[in-house]
Unconditional design. Structure first.
Ligand code: ATP
Ligand code: MG
Lengths: 263, 389
């Protein structure tokens, strides 16, 4: 399997007052293409910090992170921006949609940055909105959407350019159980169909139930790295026996159920 | 192209706020251009009127004449140089003799400047033909302001006292043969025009004059005793005075422009600080910080662009209407000391319009750039979390 991210002896210190706070204390991890992995741990354990460094939004204090064969410590701001633009998708806890843009425009945005032609953009956006079941809301603005709908727009925005790697920081924190499952199932399908690598940061049990690999962080260190037995990587079909998906009909009736047809 | 599209989307998404800013800004544009146009129109009119009423093609001044020294006026005249014989006869050059005098309208005493001019001159717009009237008294003409000040009407008689060249006091009754309306105060206020030969006789200065007014386009003579003052030099003062008057308006522009800029700065700053999470998101989505700064600067500058559009829509018809029909200014000319007609016609030059527009554009860009620049320096991780600055 192809390595997509390699974290080598990563240390991250934040200046606090006169001294430093060490948020990551020598983390070593390898992520391969097509993973559906979660960074799990208590609040303050360094999940967001690690995700930000992988996403080139922050830089290591020591050690290195290699994302798609590029060392993030050595990237110029411009190169980092290019990497984010072309290969990475972010899904944030609080959606971070652009409030003055419509749903369509929000999802279209990454494609605008990629200078894609208008016709192609439109086709891609509509296709992606279909995956997340929001084709009837294209003209709405974020303020007119429910939390679950916003999060689905955020997913669509992250997925529209078909990134190699999606980084999702607490994507279900603001959602109720039904919406959380709905969104996780959507992402799982995308992972399966497009081989997109997902790395989550979460302490939500609902999310944990979907993960193929769980990396437990505590106090800035990896304390456990495991693959749940009955959730083999990349093979979701055998998962119907898993307890977390309680209602199979729910999956089929969900917008993500249409994903197979859309692709 | 993409940037413009994004900036436009934000502006439209901002809705009412954008339109409010745009309107304030367009108001500033229109006001500044209008006021400047009015001043320019005034300036042009003043210069034209001064040429028509006072300067013609230029003036030769007797060497001894100093307009800033009222005491030397009586001794500043000199005989018309013989080299002007031909022009003098052809009325291509008109001598004007200056002398001080005092009139006693209604028993009051009032100092006046006497100006002798040939009645059949046609270089100036003055109705000097009225000075040809015969009668026992010397006919004089004066401007409406002078007449009002002295409380004189046509055909009124008034006593005039003056000193001849030897300093001897003389007195005679003069008759108002005509009162003219002019926008040029320097041929009106405090002055009385009378026939040149009479004034020469009265002051015992035959053939003398203080200045010589020439017809435009006749060859200029270089005479050391009669330095030539061309139109530009003579109207410089008028222009300078208008410039000085217009200084007062600059305060106005400053206030309006400040208001508009504060509105934009406010919107931009507020929106940028409010939108810091958005900025962090843009960075996360792959924009460089430089692009973000450009985007927000562009967004601010687009306010100015829209304002130009809006200003054109409502301002242009107003400009055209006023430029064609003029504006009635209910103001007393004398209070200004600068030629000012009852009706002013604003004059809009390309330089004025383009200058104002680019000036405002640059300033708008600056006030948009500053906050964007500030926030883009923030770490994207902080911006995404919406950390306060
Ligand atoms: N910019 C910063 N400056 C100083 N300290 C920071 C900064 N960012 C994070 N930290 C600290 O680093 C530690 C790890 O933070 P991080 O956000 O990675 O935690 P987390 O695991 O994502 O927690 P949560 O589950 O609450 O989101 C925390 O103790 C936090 O206070
Ligand atoms: Mg976190």
């Amino acid at each position: 399997m192809k390595t997509i991210v390699e974290v080598k002896n990563l240390v991250k210190k934040f200046p606090i007052g006169d001294g430093f706070f060490t948020a990551l204390k020598g983390v070593n991890l390898i992520f391969t293409e097509g993973e559906f992995t979660g960074l799990v741990g208590p609040s303050g354990s360094g999940k967001t910090t690690l995700l930000n460094i992988i996403g080139t939004l922050d830089v290591p204090t020591d050690g290195d992170v290699i994302v798609l064969s590029k060392s993030v410590g050595n990237l110029s701001p411009k190169e980092a921006a290019q990497l984010r633009k072309e290969e990475l998708g972010f899904i944030f806890q609080n959606y971070n949609l652009l409030p003055v843009y419509t749903v369509f425009e929000n999802v279209e945005f990454p494609l605008l940055l990629l200078k894609m032609s208008a016709g192609e953009r439109k086709q891609r956006v509509l296709e992606t909105l279909e995956w997340v079941g929001l084709t009837d809301k294209v003209k709405s603005r974020p303020s007119q959407l429910s939390g679950g709908e916003c999060q689905r727009v955020a997913i669509a925005r992250a997925m529209v350019k078909r990134p190699r790697l999606v980084l999702a920081d607490e994507p279900t924190a603001n959602l109720d159980a039904a919406n959380s499952h709905h969104i996780l199932q959507t992402m799982e399908k995308l992972n399966r169909e497009l081989k997109t690598t997902f790395i989550f940061a979460t302490h939500d049990e609902k999310v944990i139930g979907y993960l193929h690999r769980i990396i437990r962080l505590a106090d800035g260190k990896v304390v456990e790295d495991s693959s749940p037995l009955n959730s083999p990587k990349g093979d979701l079909k055998s998962e119907s026996s898993q307890g977390t998906i309680t209602n199979n009909n729910d999956l089929d009736s969900s917008p993500s159920g249409r994903l197979g047809g859309a692709l | 192209m993409t940037m413009i599209k994004m900036a436009l989307r934000s502006l439209i998404g901002n809705g009412l706020k954008t339109w409010l800013n745009v309107f304030v800004l367009s108001f500033t544009f229109v006001l500044i251009i209008f006021m400047q146009g009015l001043l320019e129109g005034w300036n042009r009119q003043a210069v034209t009127d001064t040429v028509t009423w006072e300067i013609a093609g230029g003036q030769y001044w007797s060497q001894k004449y100093d307009p800033y020294d009222p005491f030397s006026i009586d001794s500043s005249a000199a005989v018309v140089p013989s080299s002007f014989r031909k022009e003098y006869d052809a009325h291509d050059i008109e001598p004007v003799l200056y002398a001080k005098g005092t009139i006693y309208p209604g028993g009051r005493m009032q100092g006046v400047l006497l100006k002798g001019i040939r009645p059949d001159q046609h270089l100036l717009a003055l109705p000097t033909y009225l000075l040809k009237a015969d009668g026992a008294e010397i006919p004089v003409i004066m401007g409406a302001h002078m007449a009002k000040q002295a409380n004189l009407k046509v055909n009124d008689l008034v006593t005039l006292r003056w000193r001849d060249v030897n300093g001897t006091f003389e007195a005679v009754d003069i008759r108002v043969a005509g009162i003219f309306r002019t926008s040029v105060p320097t041929v009106d206020i405090g002055q009385i025009w009378l026939p040149l030969d009479e004034l020469q006789k009265m002051t015992l200065q035959p053939n003398a004059c203080t200045i010589l007014i020439t017809k435009p386009e006749i060859p200029i003579q270089q005479l050391s005793a009669w330095p030539f003052k061309d139109q530009t030099e003579l109207t410089k003062q008028t222009a300078a005075m208008i410039q000085a008057k217009s200084k007062g308006y600059n305060v106005f522009y400053f206030i309006f422009l400040s208001m508009a800029l504060i509105a934009i700065f406010d919107t931009q700053t507020l929106s940028i600080f409010r939108r810091q999470r958005e900025i962090g998101t843009l960075v996360a989505l792959g924009m460089t910080q430089k692009q973000v700064v450009s985007l927000f600067t562009l967004e601010g500058t687009m306010n100015a662009l829209l304002a130009i559009l809006v200003g054109t829509i409502w301002g242009l018809p107003i400009f055209v209407a006023f430029a064609v029909n003029g504006i009635h200014i209910p103001m007393d000319v004398s209070s200004f000391g600068v030629p000012m007609a009852d009706k002013m016609f604003p004059y809009f030059t390309l330089k004025l319009v383009a200058g104002t527009i680019s000036f405002i554009m640059v300033i708008t860009a600056l006030v948009s750039y500053w906050p964007a620049h500030k926030i883009a320096r923030m770490k994207p991780t902080d911006a995404i979390r919406g950390k306060a600055l």
